[in-house]
Design a binder for this molecule. Sequence first.
Ligand SMILES: *Cc1c(COP(=O)(O)O)cnc(C)c1O
Length: 455
Amino acid sequence: MSNPAPQANTTASHDDVAVQTQQGLYIDATALSLHLPALEYRNNALYLEDVSINELAEHYDTPCYVYSKQAILDVYQAYADSFATLDHQICYAVKANSNLAVLGVLAEAGAGFDIVSRGELMRVLAAGGKASRVVFSGVGKAYEDIEYALNQGIACFNVESISELILINEVAQKLDKQAPISLRVNPDVDAKTHPYISTGLKDNKFGIAHEQALAVYEQAAGLSNIDIVGIDCHIGSQLTEVAPFIAAMNKVIELIHSLQEKGIELQHIDLGGGLGVRYIDESPVSIEDFAQALLPKLTELGLTVFFEPGRSIVANAGILLTRVEVLKPTKHKNFAIVDAAMNDLIRPALYQAQMAVIPNHLPAKGLDTDDMQPWDIVGAICETGDFLAKDRLLALATNDILAITGAGAYGFVMSSNYNSRPRSAEIMVSGDRHQLIRKRETIEDLYNDEVLWQN
Ligand SMILES: *Cc1c(COP(=O)(O)O)cnc(C)c1O
């Protein structure tokens, strides 16, 4: 697990590389490593922390997901520092990346967790997380989920409907427990993000309409085994502006005051997750500025504050490594067929997500080399939607290793076995060390649990 001594960083300056050509193509190469804290070129070879990508690809084979432990901790710490003046809890949204090692690193740093299933709660506990720092979100909590979470003693159920509220009361009654709850209110705020990841509009399935919230709280107050402890909202994901967060917070604070008038006192306000990251050229508000914008009102409010960030903590801590299998230039398009596919990383197909693709080695002749061509980076799956990136200006050869950046969130967790493809390995690096944190599936794993029809 040793690697060459770190060498001088030969990364070009931002001006040299953030190039958009006339055709709207991006020269991804070095530009995008600059906003990825743990990724850099040393002597033209790519490193994540102090581990060379070459070494990782050789050691673990491709495709594989690789996460920087330090990058995860740095973002978590930025949240913790930015809200240090408030009584607060950062509840990492497990669904963004639920690998036990990732959860373990965050648990050790003191994080709480936002879960959406019993499975996620079991993962948190297996990783050393504390149930008392867990909030349970999601529109469809089943009886067994609620029972398990109550028995483990979670901090709060974020309730999304009246029927869920009644079900939680019923389960709590049966277990002779009090269930701590907050209502997830839908503030009807436009998060200005992709429609599939917008959750705080009245047309979305999430939460309880703002206008109904008071009545539902009054109903909750009358239920024997419900303890009202908070209020919650989560308006969407990959938000780059602070304005929608402020609009949602203001609506929630208004509700808190109306509840106080009715004698319902809360202990916490949960403002959800959703802070965006830079994938290509987005300029999301920084965690520090996000905090500065929210702090005055939250300080005045005086309640404990919960946040549920997922993407912003892990997205840019992770890369997906893939190898170029086949180069297929055609008259109209150049296709690079790689060994990762939409089953490994579905964000481009599902959300039209743009993710940067950077080569393991910079082209020998530098960035303005004539060898560069626009390439579509595609998988080998039988779907036209099976692409990882389109129109990227790269100098490619067969067997090149490419890193798809921003892959730490909603990457591996959304992977599947479509086309009977085993899911990839996951690796974590820290300093000059690297460890396998999930072994690659074998083909046999895929059908071992299947049974032939018996005549
Ligand atoms: C998905 C989700 C989050 C995390 O969202 P990010 O955009 O990844 O920060 C937080 N809370 C709830 C309720 C969610 O569904």
